[in-house]
Design a protein around this ligand. Structure first.
Ligand code: IPM
Ligand code: MG
Length: 364
């Protein structure tokens, strides 16, 4: 089949990790007889340098013309990069938020699963890591604090900053529907996370999710507070199947989930809407400290490419092949620096490009 993939390498380690994911997709195309046509665009800091803004209208149109978008990471170091001297709406992150909103990508999936091979890289106590976990975070991506009005002003001689957290019932309903649909193909258990003991937006969240849950009697539904969930994730992550939550809570909890899964370099993500179009990116950031050194872990981006094959192209056999190739690579003891385990023999440290080569070579 023929598909068009727009790539957004972005900043920091982005170009290195996207290059490896593209390498793996090209191997998939060869082995399975598909034609993937790639077009590269700029977003984030590199777009500011080239065009004076983090995301141009032309880039949005190019993304819209694709079947799927594969992204690396954007942004630099606050305080060190001149990008952060610009007004907030001109900074790299604003480009990503605008792209998510312009493309209507309200549903962000972040699967965190502990590979048995990475148990030693998991910072949790051995007795917890031994039990393993497989959590699907369903993060609402186009509402909440990220998109409410904000301002900084001087009131009576004091500086005051305000951000607003707004949720409409339909925004909660559609993400809850997605969570139940996904749970029906997994362990049939949804945990909805909120802060309903304090926030109105969370009380509405809980009410709507409960309503949606009534239409899915075969799926178990729990409600949990976000602070307690942060604690339970390190105490007993195996209790979770699908976790659905609002934008900001999802941002925070997904970094925690990535860390307990061994590394931020292991967590892929898919940002979806109702049709098959999607944007795929690792959950981690641009890691400016190690950019250009060929040491970053490309596996989260490669696993994001597997999600792209599954969700946007409906190529599940090919997606399985990529995921199996990643698992085999880990079983063979091959590791990038972030997932090297102290005191474990039989491991070989690889560069970013060597890791991409090894995964590509295992696509069958
Ligand atoms: C993420 C990132 C982004 C977010 C940043 C870069 C704006 O942290 O995708 O988790 O907060 O959504
Ligand atoms: Mg984040």
């Amino acid at each position: 089949m023929n598909f068009k993939i727009v790539t957004i390498p972005g900043d920091g380690i982005g170009p290195e990790i996207v290059r490896e994911a593209q390498k793996v997709l090209e191997k998939v195309a060869t082995v399975y007889g598909h034609k993937f046509c790639f077009e590269k665009v700029l977003m984030g800091g590199c777009s500011i340098d080239a065009y004076g803004e983090p995301l141009t209208d032309e880039t949005i149109e190019t993304c819209k013309s694709a079947d799927a978008v594969l992204m690396g990471s954007i942004g630099g170091k606050v305080g060190q990069s001149s990008w952060y001297e610009l007004p907030p709406e001109k900074r790299p992150e604003a480009g990503l938020l605008k792209l998510r909103k312009s493309l209507g990508l309200f549903c962000n999936l972040r699967p965190a699963h502990l590979y048995p091979e990475l148990k030693k890289a998991c910072p949790l106590r051995e007795s917890i890591a031994d039990q393993g976990f497989d959590v699907m975070m369903v993060r609402e991506l186009t509402g909440g604090l990220y998109f409410g009005t904000r301002k900084t002003e001087v009131v009576d001689g004091e500086e005051v900053a305000t951000d607003t957290l707004v949720y409409h019932d339909y925004e909660i309903r559609r993400i809850a529907e997605k969570a139940f649909e996904i749970a029906s193909k997994r362990q049939c258990h949804v945990t909805s996370v909120d802060k309903a003991n304090v926030l109105d937006s969370s009380r509405l969240w809980r009410k709507i999710v409960t309503e949606v849950g009534k239409a899915h009697p075969d799926i178990a539904l729990d409600h949990a507070l976000v602070d307690s969930t942060a604690m339970q994730l390190v105490r007993n992550p195996g209790q979770f199947d699908v976790v659905v939550t609002e934008n900001m809570f999802g941002d925070i909890l997904s970094d925690e989930m990535a860390e307990i899964a061994g590394s931020l370099g292991m967590l892929p993500s898919a940002s979806l809407r109702e049709d098959s179009f999607g944007l795929y990116e690792p959950s981690g950031g641009s890691a400016p400290d190690i950019a250009g050194l060929n040491v970053a872990n490309p596996l989260a981006t490669i696993l994001s490419a597997a999600m792209l094959l599954r969700y946007s192209f409906n190529l599940s056999k090919e997606a399985d092949a990529v995921e199996a190739a990643v698992a085999e690579t880990l079983t063979a003891g091959l590791r990038t620096a972030d997932i090297m385990e102290d005191g474990v023999s039989g491991l070989t440290r690889l560069s970013t490009s060597e890791m991409g080569d090894q995964v590509a070579a295992r696509i069958r």
